[in-house]
Design a protein around this ligand. Structure first.
Ligand code: MN
Ligand code: MN
Length: 319
């Protein structure tokens, strides 16, 4: 056994999703199989119901929980922004980054491996690395990587889906031994089932990410529903919780994407003092919400439009 001092942890973002947890597990295993026995998977928060199902289905243990990055040697997967990383990420030694989001604000004092590619899931890049190194993933690794691709791309329906996601998934499928459509449907059922019964605080926080956009700190959360009616009756309660979170974190705006997997669009529920920015990006806000047809991706369709809306705009003085 290696001592903890020599350990390198592979870890995803806070409020982890299936891609963050499973990409960390699989990349640590690839490193192990390539001879680096000291690399271990970790997670930066409690796992969600979908991830719990995926790990249990393939018999993979829940990785170790990290709560502070100070002094650790880390490989980051599925994130590269301070606001989404473990606390004190500035005091960690980041060795590598494997990513499919925009480049963030991490200060990296020396050259490191950064692989950032606009594919549908970090798991696609990790799966590709197995094949690049001629390491055949076992059933469990193939399974959790494939599940992560299906999760992040919403069964290949998200506009973030790339050709490479299909190619890597097709190579993983026979190794994982699952039916892709059936498994994607099961994941979707689990993701949407929890929503109606979840507490308002959990709804906001489970998939919450903080962004620095055009000089503003914004929080953007996402929940997925099977149809628009699923969450409508919870709106006043959820908006109250969003305001509380905005105050607690000192954010300009908190946006909740209520993504309708049936209609393939998102109702954006908004709270904050920069409604002008929201309206410039997405159109008129009515009853604290604006519906955006075809919008399913935070990284590809929401963050860039907010960036654009804020580009060149003078900061407003709110009274
Ligand atoms: Mn993620
Ligand atoms: Mn991801």
């Amino acid at each position: 056994m290696q001592s903890t001092e020599n350990a390198v942890y592979v870890v995803g973002h806070r409020n982890p999703d299936t891609d963050s947890v499973c990409s960390a597990i699989a990349y640590a295993q690839l490193k192990n199989r390539l001879g680096a026995a000291n690399v271990r998977p970790a997670r930066a928060g409690e796992i969600n119901a979908e991830t719990a199902f995926v790990l249990q289905h393939f018999g993979v243990p829940v990785p170790e929980l990290l709560t502070d990055a100070a002094g650790l040697e880390l490989v980051l997967v599925d994130h590269n922004e301070t606001g989404q990383a473990l606390p004190h990420i500035d005091r960690a030694h980041v060795l590598e980054i494997w990513e499919h989001h925009r480049l963030g604000d991490l200060h990296l004092p020396e050259p490191i491996v950064i692989h950032c590619e606009p594919v549908g899931a970090t798991a696609t890049l990790i799966g590709e690395q197995f094949f690049v190194h001629d390491v055949v993933p076992d059933r469990a690794m193939a399974g959790i990587l494939l599940a992560s691709i299906l999760s992040d791309t919403v069964g290949f329906r998200s506009p973030t889906t790339s050709e490479k996601d299909h190619v890597v998934a097709a190579r993983l499928q026979p190794l994982a031994g699952i039916d892709i459509d059936g498994f994607a449907g099961e994941l979707r059922r689990i993701r949407t089932a929890g929503v109606e019964h979840a507490g308002a605080a959990d709804l906001i926080r489970q998939d919450f990410k903080a962004f620095r956009i055009g000089g503003l700190q914004m929080g953007i959360a996402q929940v997925e529903v099977a149809n628009a009616a699923a969450l409508a009756h919870r709106k006043p309660e959820v908006l109250r919780e969003m305001r509380a979170l905005r105050d607690a974190l000192g954010l300009s705006e908190v946006v909740l994407m209520v993504t309708d997997l049936g209609a393939e669009g998102s109702d954006l529920w908004v709270t904050g003092d920069r409604r002008d920015v929201i309206e410039k990006a997405f159109g008129p806000v009515t009853d604290d919400a604006v519906y955006v047809p075809g919008c399913m991706s935070r990284k590809k369709q929401v963050v860039p439009r907010l960036e654009e809306a804020l580009a060149g705009a003078e900061p407003e003085h709110s009274s």
